[in-house]
Design a binder for this molecule. Structure first.
Ligand code: MD3
Ligand code: FE
Length: 219
């Protein structure tokens, strides 16, 4: 069990600003708000040990979002494919430890959404410059789809594309803003999703960037 610790995220009523966007998917608006300094320090500490990089895709292109990871496993892509790896291929070293803030937030958000005892072992950190995007895809590299995923949006807003179980299903568009948290699992775990190109702007947390954390159980 991850100790939640008194104080952190205990100050929200159980259904504060909760928008159901699927049978087992919900948006907790502002759930991660008001902790900018802690998030900034944690992200800088992770990037200081494993810097953001624009990874290669199996097709030979590069992701437009820059990525890094923390926790026991990190998500990597290269010419060989997509997978979780225990070491950062850039350095050969283990990924930075998962900041307690991330693990606590993930467990609290998951429990608000009805998923008990979520203990992530991987956090993928995506950094979007203006114009960066993520095409419609499914998250299928985790061993067990019964675990939920929790995502935290920070910095510039972005339009989240929320599709169906088939690539051809027309996605809904949902604006994700600084501090918004998404939780999904179960029936919604394999839905196609993506991020539309990030529009120019400035946010005090991240300047001209958007940062997204996705907390997962990979193994
Ligand atoms: C719904 N990241 O890292 S987070 C990803 O904002 C990814 O950087 C996006 O998609 C981002 O894989 C979206 C929200 C999200 C993430 C994974 C999902 C929603 C999801 C997997 C299944 C269903
Ligand atoms: Fe995804």
């Amino acid at each position: 069990m991850i100790a939640s610790g008194p104080g952190l995220f205990d100050d929200l009523p159980p259904s504060a600003d909760r928008v159901d966007i699927g049978a087992q998917a919900c948006l907790l608006r502002g759930f991660a708000g008001g902790r900018d300094t802690a998030f900034r320090r944690a992200i800088d500490a992770v990037a200081g040990q494993a810097d953001f990089r624009n990874m290669q895709t199996p097709g030979g292109g590069r992701m437009s979002a820059a990525m890094t990871s923390c926790g026991g496993y990190g998500w990597v892509t290269d010419r060989r494919g997509y997978r979780y790896a225990a070491a950062d291929p850039e350095s050969g070293a283990p990924w930075p430890a998962m900041p307690r803030l991330f693990a606590m937030l993930a467990a609290k958000a998951a429990s608000h959404a009805g998923f008990d005892a979520f203990e992530p072992d991987a956090c993928l950190v995506n950094r979007y410059a203006v114009g960066a995007r993520m095409g419609l895809h499914q998250d299928k590299d985790e061993a067990d789809y019964d675990h939920p995923i929790v995502s935290v949006s920070l910095g510039l807003p972005a339009v989240f594309l929320w599709g169906g179980l088939r690539r051809a299903d027309k996605p809904e568009r949902l604006l994700l803003e600084h501090g918004d948290v998404l939780v999904w699992g179960g029936a919604d775990r394999l839905r196609y999703h993506g991020i539309a190109p990030v529009k120019a702007g400035f946010h005090p947390f991240a300047g001209e960037q958007r940062i997204n954390l996705t907390l997962r159980r990979s193994q």
